[in-house]
Write a protein that binds this ligand. Structure first.
Ligand SMILES: Cc1ncc(COP(=O)(O)O)c(C=O)c1O
Length: 486
């Protein structure tokens, strides 16, 4: 296969598209971007291939600096920036093909789907996969479509408070409401009933001792009793599916107790309601040595909570745009060619990158590394909790760490201002930290946005992990001081 060599334009000019930007171009972009432009730095390039460090350019001064990324860029870059193995596989793919029409089979498409069917947990193993070029929102819409097709006419779904599944007109309706602050209403909201999720740190049933992602020892899962009512007929229309993130990510890093999931699964199987898990953030070894959280529960707790359908995005594409849905082989219905495709949905590049990244993680055991580095960081965070009243809760596992900030540990009052300050302070101290999504009241008042996240790439070293928690403390200290001064 011939190497890539430009035919019409100089190599230098082509390289210039990605290698740098002038302050004037940044200023012009600000004028032409329909998105409200908020970032203060432009991301330029990996410090080294496969590194969690990235070189950025300050949008005002033009200075370049290095930043350690604890957001994995929307929790996506499992192997850091510009990983060499992934890029090599993509380069090889690009020499052959960059795009095919949606129905086409390519080697990468077949190999990727076969691998996902092999990796999928529990009853999804050996299942059927559909892919898209966009991500989690579209994967959820696929699940919704298939549930309706397979569900003999029922088209109503249960979703949970604080769930987040995307920003399309349909998936916003399935997610935590933004109606008080967004200028449009989601479409199709009549298809969703939203119910309270178990949130053990802020239990609606007033149990006080839920912490570290665990239930209060006295809890009797009253939250499940309520959900059970809905499952048994209390929705306005007949239910066909329950959509949930087993560990709610954007909404505040809130796990469902595995026992809740088990009860839910049992009733749903009995009532012929599909369980649809959104593991967009928790899959691809993000929580440790297992591919999904569902698999972790099966292997470590001996509880099979595997759903009928599971959706993926983020790290599944190895840093390239990809969404996927896998459904249990027991669901016999398949899509017709008209029902499920987009122009770019067979994207050979993302499929190649996704499979290459899975191969690297498996071979190098980065799931195990993720677990070890996660333990290293959380251990130190528990120590910090003794020192800082504002660290309310710490929820792992793996490098899927959320720290709930509170005014004090007793009252558990959310400390939103501190989170906002820390997210701005981070880059000044060479670290990107991630925020949870805001939760608003019906009148648009911010109720809480108080979970800060440490979710760096899975391949970080021990020294990187030291850096992450040392910086976390330093950013916390500076932010507390600046809030006090205001
Ligand atoms: C858990 C979860 N589900 C779904 C989505 C939506 O995915 P996408 O933005 O790729 O449509 C996200 C995005 O952040 C997510 O975190």
């Amino acid at each position: 296969m011939v190497d890539i060599n430009p035919k019409y334009i100089d190599k230098e000019e082509l390289e210039g598209i990605s290698s740098d930007i002038s302050l004037e171009e940044i200023e012009n972009f600000d004028k032409h971007s329909l998105n409200n432009f908020v970032e203060l730095k432009t991301i330029i390039e990996a410090k080294e291939p496969g590194s969690p460090w990235v070189i950025v350019k300050d949008n005002k001064t033009g200075e370049r600096e290095e930043i350690f990324d604890c957001t994995s860029m929307n929790w996506t870059l499992a192997l850091g920036f510009a990983h060499p193995d992934v890029n090599y596989a993509v380069y090889e793919q690009m020499k052959r093909l960059t795009h095919v029409r949606s129905g086409c089979l390519t080697p990468a498409r077949a190999k990727f789907c076969n691998k996902l069917a092999e990796l999928a947990p529990g009853k999804l193993k050996g299942g059927r996969v559909v892919i898209n070029n966009q991500g989690g929102g579209l994967a959820l819409e696929s699940a919704i479509k298939l549930a309706i097709i397979a569900g003999r006419g029922a088209d109503h779904f249960l979703t949970f408070f604080h769930g987040y599944h995307g920003t399309s007109l349909v998936t916003t309706g399935a997610s935590q409401p933004f109606h008080a602050v967004s200028r449009f209403s989601p479409f199709g909201t009549e298809h969703f009933t939203r119910v309270p999720q178990p949130y053990c740190y802020r239990c609606l049933w007033k149990y006080k001792n839920g912490i570290y992602g665990k239930r209060d020892p006295q809890c009797n899962l009253e939250c499940f009793d309520l959900v059970e009512k809905y499952l048994m007929g209390m929705t306005p229309k007949k239910l066909i599916g329950v959509i949930l993130e087993p560990f709610q990510a954007a909404g505040g890093h809130i796990p469902f107790p595995p026992e809740f999931l088990k009860k839910l699964k049992d009733i749903c199987e009995r009532e012929k309601i599909f369980t649809i898990y959104d593991e967009c953030q928790t899959a691809v070894w993000r929580t440790g040595k297992y591919f999904t959280l569902t698999e972790k529960y099966e292997k470590e707790l001996g509880i099979d909570v595997s759903p009928d359908m599971m959706m993926f995005t983020k790290a599944i594409g190895g840093g390239f745009p990809l969404g996927a849905l896998i459904v249990s082989p027991k669901i016999k219905k398949r899509y017709t060619p008209t029902e499920e495709h987009t122009t770019f949905s067979s994207t050979p590049i993302s499929l190649t990158a996704g499979l290459a990244s899975i191969k690297v993680i498996e071979k190098e055991k980065f799931g195990e590394n993720c677990e070890a580095r996660g333990k290293q960081i959380t251990k130190r965070l528990f120590e910090l909790q003794e020192k800082y009243e504002v660290i309310g809760d710490i929820r792992g596992p793996g490098l899927f760490i959320g720290i709930e900030l509170v005014k004090n540990q007793k009252s558990r009052e959310p400390y939103t201002e501190l989170l906002e300050e820390m997210v701005l302070e981070g880059p000044k101290q060479k670290i990107f930290l991630g925020p949870s999504m805001p939760i608003f009241s019906g009148t648009g008042q911010m109720l809480m946005r108080n979970v800060i996240k440490i979710k760096p790439p899975l391949n970080i070293t021990e020294e990187d992990a030291d850096f992450a928690y040392e910086k976390f403390e330093s950013v916390l200290k500076t932010s507390l001081n600046s809030i006090k001064k205001e």
